[in-house]
Write a protein that binds this ligand. Structure first.
Ligand code: GDP
Length: 310
């Protein structure tokens, strides 16, 4: 990529977008186009079209999504389906209409069937029924992949799609109702330690397994794919290792310094039993993650203490 090319980072206030902006700037990409939600509602087709017509970005990173943890997905399927469709339809169409040279779409590992083979290869897409707890979000992301591929096939656009595993890091959502498991556990362990509780309640059975990637590693994978990957076929982005929710809860408590008991709330759903991505394709491009899980969680806890705890 030319350092002077204009790059639109859609969703730059989010966890992924903010990590991307940081990494792009540190590598000398200074012609970044960003807009706050108050200035640009990506769900509004006309304002998105206007921005692209006026600004003519060369490259687009579509990191804007309505995201949330298992409870938010169960409670609000309409928003997860509708808003994600709106955002991606508007951005991809405006990118095509304005001759964007390359677009990177961020999907999700929940596009894969509930009982996909593990680790999950890219070929598992649409090979079986989805996990019901996040089906609406997954359907929207699958539509995004198919729209990218349609622009490639019909119009020769260079739109690529990557599927990140579960992400964590600075600027994550720490709201206990809507967050994913890792930020939720960090906050719960911190608050339990502060209150000197003897018990910390974790949702589900603790048996599901998840893979976690630090968002700075995700950002570096994004830059690599922008430089080196030009195929309409989806590509997985993960660290290649998973752990159980029980092991994660123990690790988080150790890092935070909470030494009480874990108790399990069986009234809360487990979700999909396992989500570990097959990252053979990405590894073949020469990429590997650089932030081990313990170090990444410790850094995220420091960020949480400095920015969230008031
Ligand atoms: P998922 O990967 O789409 O299932 O989303 P989550 O990150 O929200 O949940 C992952 C797993 O962690 C599920 O089995 C949850 O039940 C479990 N979990 C345990 N405690 C919590 C919690 O406090 N918040 C959330 N969001 N999940 C939790």
């Amino acid at each position: 990529m030319d350092k002077s090319e204009k790059i639109f980072v859609a969703g730059h206030r989010g966890m992924v977008g903010s990590a991307l902006v940081c990494q792009l700037e540190s590598k000398g990409f200074l012609n970044l186009l960003v807009r706050d939600r108050s200035e640009l509602d990506l769900r509004d087709e006309s304002v998105v079209a206007k921005l692209f017509a006026e600004e003519k970005p060369a490259v687009v990173i579509l990191a804007a999504s309505k995201v949330g943890g298992i409870k938010a997905n169960i409670d609000h399927p309409v928003a997860f389906l509708l808003e994600n469709l709106q955002i991606q339809n508007n951005v991809m169409d405006a990118a095509y209409e304005n001759g964007v040279r390359k677009l990177l779409f961020l999907g999700s590992s929940c596009i894969y069937p509930k009982f996909a083979p593990q680790p999950i290869p890219e070929t598992a897409l649409l090979s079986g029924p989805l996990e019901p707890t996040n089906e609406a979000y997954a359907i929207a992301k699958i539509a995004g992949i198919k729209l990218c591929q349609a622009y490639v096939r019909e119009h020769g656009a260079n739109f690529i799609s990557m599927m990140p595993t579960n992400l964590y890091g600075p600027n994550d959502n720490f709201d206990l109702e809507t967050s994913h498991v890792l930020p939720a556990l960090l906050r719960k362990a911190h608050e339990a330690k502060t209150r000197k509780d003897r018990e910390l309640i974790v949702w589900g059975s603790g048996k599901p397994r998840r893979e976690f990637l630090h968002v700075d590693d995700l950002a570096s994978a994004c830059l690599l794919l922008l430089e080196k990957y030009d195929s309409p076929e989806i590509i997985n982005v993960g660290c290649g290792e998973d752990i159980s929710i029980r092991e994660l809860a123990e690790l988080v408590c150790d890092i935070v310094g909470f030494d009480g008991q874990l108790s399990w709330d069986a009234t809360k759903p487990d979700g999909t039993p396992r989500k570990l991505l097959d990252v053979t394709k990405l590894r073949a491009l020469g990429w590997k993650p650089s932030i081990p899980l313990r170090e990444g969680i410790a850094r995220t806890y420091e960020w949480f203490l400095a920015n969230y705890v008031r």
